[in-house]
Design a protein around this ligand. Structure first.
Ligand code: ADP
Ligand code: MG
Length: 762
């Protein structure tokens, strides 16, 4: 029996899934696999694990496992459920890549999908679970897709063994045919239960014009207008990336500062609440207008919850918003840079790289008398429900990593989002009362959006998955029941890379091209491949770890690999400045950080390890200083990244010891810099992992076009690639280099470059 607090019980009863508890539990009882869909906020993640708990699914030998594609969600949902059930975190726990609070008393375990995939490697039947919930399946993250494929086989095996297990796939969108209608996946289709999540209607307002360039400016103006003129209620702004989020936060804080005379409110600024409340009341009387007037005068109204047909029919006839030419209240002037101190706006950023304690702020009520405004990337689209949002401002775009299958070039591109995701974003406004969503694009543009976002697995290289699957003895990866298959080309490329790394054995073939292609897709794993699969990093880096024994290099290889696999260890140097004063401070800081990087790059032989030496130096210096936030701040390192590197070093050290106990490697916080011969060895190890990422400097006589100057030639690209000005090797320009990846920004730049001696080149 669960002993919930009365206020929790009351809030639960309002959630749409509660009305479906009987239906859901009956379906689970009678079917091995069930698909549950319901809009974000309907209570799937927080309530369904509780239903299962109360129905006794955690009272026998097995526990309830819930996977989330994002770490933030795994942690925050475990806390929320523990609180709702009035149970300690030893019972409702979480496990993410590096940390967790799981104990032997754990009954409900939230984890990232990657964590469960690793567990399958050690216990294919997942015997400690009586039920697995795959949450947020609509995100179609690679691990989620693979897990569904694997579980579609594990569940029947468990039943056959007399150890029954249940699978619940939960999704926020109704597009579940990829799961339910895929015969390869589920020979008999699982029942799909739909939770009617309609809570409050959301009115959609389209812009008449679609700003093609300055959509962040447009988002800022729209937010200002909402804040000035519309009744209380939180605002959620969707942008595409961290830089945009910060820029809009800065502008909003400037336009609506917390305190009189303070125009540079920082992240942790506290609000003078009594003053704020008074002014807010005053300003409300003066400036707020009622919603209907806005609807009639300036916007068309289109409830989001109406059936699709109605919506389609309505589109052509809409009267659309003119964009920023609105003249709504009594303050039509240009709002930019003009502070309006009378209305306190509590502005918070939200994106995945943000420190957890900053992220947690969005769940707490804003200071009394202020209006909450969260400026977010699409992390706020489905997995997190921010309380009290009444207005959504949607730029309609999303930033995604694109990966060219042929050339291997990565780039981040901002593109239109899908209709499904735009509707998800709109839905965030109707959680607590009727809401409004302001789309910064026209309905015609919306009509051109693709209906759904494509599955991640079709957009990225798959060598890590292929290796994991081979380690699970799935030799013919092409035959795996993927909800959406990666393309055959990507699978072939992955097997080829793994063969070249020595992780797979090239199968014998008869010489006919067709046979070769087929054979390539069923190469068996080698002992080296098994060792590599046990390291929680991508195959190229796993290979480096496997070679690290030479010349006592392992601690360095571990540190370098940890640094290379963590996102963005350095603070961005070219952050735009807000004012002149700020810009001179920034220039000073930039100079200091550049100097630090030069110091970390070392001298003489070390220099040739290039950017990887800078990473190694940074990790060494940071650990030596005790890995404090202060040290990171002063030296331009991202604290969150450094903490992650520290954990990863511990984890990789354990993994290496497990594979070869005789090396007895340990994490030394006072790691001395590598010797000259160790640096040479490290460079060779790096080459062994990144051998297919070799680039040769373009010779004088090859330069036909001035843009080829200082360029490098790679086997796969016709275009030259370049060393970035912030790279440690920018001035050296070695004849040969290897790189981590090519990222296309203003040019094709190599990231993570280190030099290769000419005689090493095959
Ligand atoms: P779903 O998974 O269907 O999107 P959730 O179970 O995540 O829905 O959320 C159900 C409700 O629980 C939300 O409407 C939200 O108000 C509430 N909730 C979720 N997390 C928290 C939290 N950390 N603090 C307060 N309320 C929360
Ligand atoms: Mg959820």
């Amino acid at each position: 029996p669960v002993d919930r607090l009365p206020e929790i019980q009351e809030a639960r009863l309002k959630l749409p899934v509660l009305a479906e508890e009987q239906v859901i539990m009956e379906a689970v009882r009678e079917n091995p696999c069930v698909v549950l869909c319901g809009e974000t906020g309907s209570g799937k993640t927080t309530q369904v694990p509780q239903f299962l708990y109360e129905a006794g699914y955690a009272s026998g030998s097995g526990i309830i496992g819930v996977t989330e594609p994002r770490r933030v969600a795994a942690v925050s949902m475990s806390h929320r459920v523990a609180k709702e059930m009035n149970l300690p975190t030893q019972v409702v726990s979480y496990q993410i890549r590096y940390e967790g609070n799981v104990t032997s008393d754990t009954k409900i375990k939230f984890m990232t999908d990657g964590v469960l995939l690793k567990e399958i490697q050690t216990d294919f039947l997942l015997q400690k679970y009586s039920v697995i919930i795959i949450d947020e399946a609509h995100e179609r993250s690679v691990y989620t897709d693979i897990l569904i494929g694997l579980l579609s086989r594990i569940v029947p095996l468990r039943n056959k063994k007399g150890l029954p297990m249940k699978l619940l796939v939960m999704s926020a969108t109704l597009r579940v045919e990829d799961f339910t209608e895929n015969r390869k996946l589920f020979p008999s289709p699982p029942p799909a239960i739909k939770v009617d999540a309609r809570q409050f209607p959301v009115t959609i307002h389209f812009n008449k014009r679609t700003p093609l360039e300055d959509y962040t400016g447009e988002a800022f103006h729209k937010t200002c207008k909402i804040h000035r003129m519309l009744p209380p209620g939180g605002i959620l702004v969707f942008l595409t990336g961290q830089a945009e989020v910060h820029s809009v936060c800065r502008r909003l804080r400037k336009a609506f500062p917390f305190r009189k005379g303070n125009t540079t409110a920082g992240e942790d600024e506290e609000v003078d609440t009594s003053e704020a409340t008074r002014k807010f009341k005053k300003s409300k009387q003066k400036k707020t207008v009622s919603l209907p007037r806005i609807d009639l005068d300036n916007y068309s109204a289109l409830p989001v919850d109406e059936g699709d047909e109605d919506r389609q029919a309505g589109i052509g006839e809409e009267e659309e918003d003119e964009g920023s030419d609105l003249d709504l209240g009594d303050d039509p002037g240009d709002t930019e840079e003009k502070a309006d101190p009378s209305i306190p706006l509590y502005v918070l950023p939200l994106y995945s790289l943000l420190a957890p304690e900053q992220q947690a702020k969005v769940f707490r009520p804003p200071p009394p008398g202020t209006r909450l405004c969260v400026v977010a990337t699409n992390v706020a689209e489905t997995s997190l429900t921010i309380p009290g949002i009444k207005y959504v401002v949607d730029c309609g775009r999303v930033k995604k990593r694109y990966y060219d299958r042929v050339t291997g070039v990565s780039s981040f591109k901002v593109s239109w989002t899908s209709q499904a995701s735009a509707n998800q974003r709109a839905g965030r406004a109707g959680r607590t009362e009727p809401g409004h969503c302001y789309r910064l694009y026209s309905s015609a543009v919306f009509g051109d959006f693709s209906q759904f976002s494509e599955a991640e697995i079709t957009r990225r290289p798959v060598e890590d998955l292929v290796l994991q699957m081979k380690d699970l003895n799935i030799d013919k990866v092409v035959n795996f029941p993927f909800p959406t298959s990666p393309c055959a080309e990507a699978l072939v490329a992955a097997e080829q890379l793994l063969i070249s790394l020595g992780a797979l054995k090239e199968p014998p073939h008869t010489g006919r091209v067709k046979d070769l292609e087929r054979a390539k897709l069923s190469s068996p794993i080698t002992p080296l491949g098994r060792a590599m699969a046990s390291f929680p990093v991508a195959p190229r880096y796993a290979k480096m770890l496997a070679l690290g024994k030479q010349q006592d290099c392992l601690p360095y290889v571990i540190a370098v690999v940890a640094a290379m696999t963590v996102r963005e260890i350095f603070e961005e140097l070219d952050r735009p400045a807000g004012s002149e004063d700020e810009s001179s401070k920034l220039a000073q800081r930039r100079a200091r950080l550049t100097q630090m990087r030069r110091l970390w790059a070392g001298q003489g032989a070390s220099l040739l390890l290039g950017d990887l030496m800078v990473m190694l130096g940074a990790v060494g210096a940071c650990e030596f200083a005790g890995c404090t936030p202060k040290f990171c701040e002063e030296n331009g390192l991202r604290y969150k990244a450094m903490v992650e590197i520290r954990r990863l070093r511990g984890q990789l050290t354990n993994a290496v010891n497990a594979v070869c106990p005789e090396v007895g490697v340990f994490v030394d916080p006072k790691m001395t810099p590598p010797t000259e011969s160790q640096v040479v060895c490290l460079r060779q190890i790096v080459l062994a992992g990144l051998g297919d990422h070799l680039a040769r400097r373009v010779q004088e006589e090859e330069i036909l076009d001035p843009k080829w100057k200082n360029g490098y030639k790679t086997p796969l690209l016709d275009e030259p690639v370049f060393i970035h000005p912030t790279s440690a090797l920018f001035k050296t320009l070695p004849q040969f280099v290897v790189y981590q990846e090519v990222m296309e920004t203003t040019k094709m730049y190599m990231r993570g470059v280190s030099a290769v001696d000419a005689e090493w080149v095959p």
